[in-house]
Ligand binder design. Structure first.
Ligand SMILES: [Zn+2]
Length: 345
């Protein structure tokens, strides 16, 4: 079991980045940071100065896109610098890239999310859009997570609402895991499952999540980190990723590059899969709406054909992951009536 060693969440904690690193390892002399260009221009100078104050040299790299080719190119650049630590600072892509590259280079990695868009900020898993189809890879968990709620609460609301979609997905992910235990004789970790389920309850139990409010976003960030930790405990993505994630991957596969954010697709996938699981779909739709997350395909610019196709191929993208979709012969007609019954199309 590999867990983050240090987690720091709070207002303005980015100013403690240097001491945070030194607390984990006081011998660190050099770090490499990976971020997008917007984060770099907003926070690059501040972070560099904070690190210099702690006598930590730093090199900044701009993350292009989370593809295998991009990972390899960036990896070579970072290897040349031979840093002690890698820091991923950004929404999803930069943290994913830092995680992947640090894993390949056998370096510790620190996750510094600037939005609450998905649970990858603390999990050992990386979403990669490969040469042919999108998939998820196991890398390693961050050694530390530093989440500045002041920065995260100012992220575009859409990004943070997307994190609520990823959280709500744990409802069906855990149901799928229970199904795999009961019908496919799979290992089931009660503690990890409960932790992931609890993370989703944060969204369903809150009257309305205001992702622009620091108090609410702190709760969302804590829930995302807990969900990632649930994956660390389980040693697999099982507690956090089931049929709703298969649907999300399938949508990426059948749609153009613009098919919403990861958590947005997962939220819509959860609506669909909750119906198959016999859960309270209405309360899931309500919770997503309250958080400002989309509940229909139109809102993420996906058409009816793409939803139907994604539903029919979702399970085939990962046949070894037993889910509710393994039990259904999903054809176009069943997919259409399912999506219509919950107003996704
Ligand atoms: Zn996810």
């Amino acid at each position: 079991m590999e867990l983050p060693r240090k987690i720091l969440i709070g207002e303005g904690v980015i100013s403690r980045l240097g001491s945070f690193i030194m607390d984990i390892n006081d011998k660190v002399k050099k770090v490499s940071l990976i971020s997008g260009s917007v984060v770099r221009s907003r926070s690059g100078e501040v972070c560099s100065n904070i690190l210099k104050e702690c006598r930590i040299a730093n090199t900044w790299h701009i993350a292009p896109s989370a593809t295998i080719d991009a990972v390899i190119k960036l990896q070579h650049e970072i290897e040349v610098n031979s840093p002690d630590f890698l820091i991923g600072i950004g929404g999803g892509r930069s943290v994913d890239l830092a995680k992947m590259i640090s894993f390949r280079l056998k370096l510790p990695f620190i996750s510094v999310p600037t939005s609450a868009s998905h649970d990858g900020i603390s999990s050992p898993f990386v979403s990669i859009r490969g040469r042919d189809k999108p998939y998820s890879l196991k890398a390693h968990a961050p050694i530390g997570v530093l989440a500045d709620t002041e920065i995260i609460s100012k992220a575009p609301e859409r990004l943070n609402a997307s994190g609520c979609g990823d959280l709500i997905g744990k409802l069906t992910a855990v149901k799928d895991w229970e199904l795999a235990r009961d019908e496919n004789d799979e290992y089931f970790g009660t503690y990890a499952a409960n932790l992931a389920h609890l993370s989703s309850r944060i969204i369903t139990d809150m009257p309305a999540v205001s992702v622009g409010k620091e108090k609410d976003i702190r709760t969302v960030v804590e829930a995302l980190i807990s969900a990632g930790v649930a994956s660390c405990i389980a040693g697999s993505s099982r507690p956090c990723s089931g049929s709703e994630h298969l649907f999300s991957h399938a949508l990426e596969y059948v749609s153009s590059i613009n098919c919403g954010l990861h958590g947005e697709r997962v939220g819509i996938g959860t609506i669909l899969m909750s119906k198959l699981h016999g859960l309270n779909t209405e309360s899931i739709i309500r919770a997503l709406s309250n958080a400002g997350a989309p509940t229909t395909a139109r809102e993420i610019k996906v058409n009816e054909r793409e939803v139907i196709e994604a539903l029919t191929i979702a399970q085939s993208l990962r046949p070894d992951r037993y889910t509710i979709l393994s039990k259904i012969r999903m054809d176009g007609d069943i997919a259409k009536s399912l999506a219509r019954s919950v107003n996704v199309i």
